[in-house]
Design a binder for this molecule. Sequence first.
Ligand code: HEC
Ligand code: HEC
Ligand code: HEC
Length: 419
Amino acid sequence: MSTKTKIASLIIVAVLCATAAFIWAWQPAIPAINGDGEIRPDPQRISQGQRVVALGDCMICHTSKSGQPYAGGLPLRTPFGTIYTSNITPDPDTGIGHWSLTAFRRAIRHGVSRDGHLLYPAFPYIHYTQMSDTDIEAAYHYLMSRTPVSYIPPDNELLLPLRFRPMLAFWNLLYLRPGERPITSADQQTERGRYLVNSLGHCASCHSALNFIGGEAKPALGGGSVDGWAAPALTALAQGSTPWTQQQLETYLRTGISVQHGAAKGPMRPVTDRLAEASDADVAAIAKYVMSIQLTAASAPPPAASSQQLAPQGAMLFSAACASCHSASAPMHMSAQRPSLALSRSVSGDTPVNLIQTILGGVPWAIPHSAIYMPPFADVLTDEQIASIAQYVRVDIGKQPPWQNLPQQITRARKEMQP
Ligand code: HEC
Ligand code: HEC
Ligand code: HEC
């Protein structure tokens, strides 16, 4: 075969492969509905849908900082670039006003938009795919009864090859197992909890590590990271010096604070805010399931000996900047039962990132939690001061071996802070 024929046959093979991939990834458009009259609002389904949507955190992602609820435009930063969430209000031109229930169900179960294009897995459809038909339908009725907002989110800023959406078909082949899952536990409450954690709650999208193509690594819920925060393993809550009980977990998930373990911060805070809207029975079921998947304590490695000198100014800075709220005699402790910093996983855990993030960003003010507020220190303290406070909190309050590489971790955390 001459070189020319070789090249020609290679091109033909490549074109055939690309066509095959395209046909395989191709999904038909689902006809538009006109929006008026075709969806009869059903009050019972709508109120059921409100709970489904709260459990699924739909509003957290689909609302931008100063935007209208569900109108989208929130930037999600991934290692592959920035993806903006879609407008899922019933606006016919810029939202999902023309979507039938069939189109909505396909998006939830298969990650495909109404016009047939594949959606990026930043939309956690690999978890929502397990939702029941009843829950999908209720969510649809609820969203279709929201106020339509005319808004077009910004274009995604992604690495070039990833702008070609049919490639997502390969990703789906690896990670998407569409549809509901068979029942695995005879206990109804545990079963309900498993459903909520794995489908609507999509806890694994933060609490599992991601591999280099953004797939969730096994074991599930073994700990991950999100937006510069560490999301601890949900399978090791029964380990450590202050093991969680089911009751404590339930209180934490519903109120965002546990007297024994601390408050929900960073990306976990909106999750507990939404769970406050869920039913008590559902939150109890989540807690029961999570406690049922605890691993037995592995022998913890001995703490690494440290050569790092403790910064002596840590104690002084702590009493100036933090003690008014965090010392045992601070009014905050008297008014509401506040956990000692020593009990917080961000102080006693394996990584300082959550402590650093808390000091940099504080704990934002939010009604109805008006007593839970901590100011951000990012513009007040230097990296060196934050490092010495963090080391003081770790060693003197937490009674743990000092952290290594604090300055580098602080520099990185500042870079990762949301603008
Ligand atoms: C972690 C963030 C996140 C959460 C939580 C989330 N979404 Fe999304 N969703 C996205 C992103 C990002 C997209 C856009 C994906 C793309 O453009 O490929 C999207 C797209 C969609 C679409 C497709 C819209 C279109 O025009 O193609 C629908 C429908 C949708 N989401 C519904 C929901 C529902 C219902 C929930 C709650 C059960 C939910 N989403 C929760 C991030 C999220
Ligand atoms: C105005 C009061 C206030 C000040 C000042 C303050 N904090 Fe906080 N801090 C809070 C509140 C409120 C929380 C949320 C937890 C709670 O309610 O106990 C919190 C949470 C924390 C947490 C997480 C604890 C957990 O629940 O997991 C850490 C760590 C922390 N603060 C460290 C510091 C450090 C270090 C400083 C000084 C640089 C500081 N705080 C200054 C009020 C304050
Ligand atoms: C958007 C990402 C995200 C989602 C979704 C999420 N979490 Fe979290 N979670 C975090 C982060 C980050 C932390 C650590 C920050 C903190 O402790 O406040 C955390 C902390 C926790 C903690 C405290 C652990 C400890 O040892 O202090 C528990 C318990 C928890 N999450 C349970 C859940 C459950 C159950 C779900 C699903 C219903 C869930 N999370 C969904 C990000 C998330």
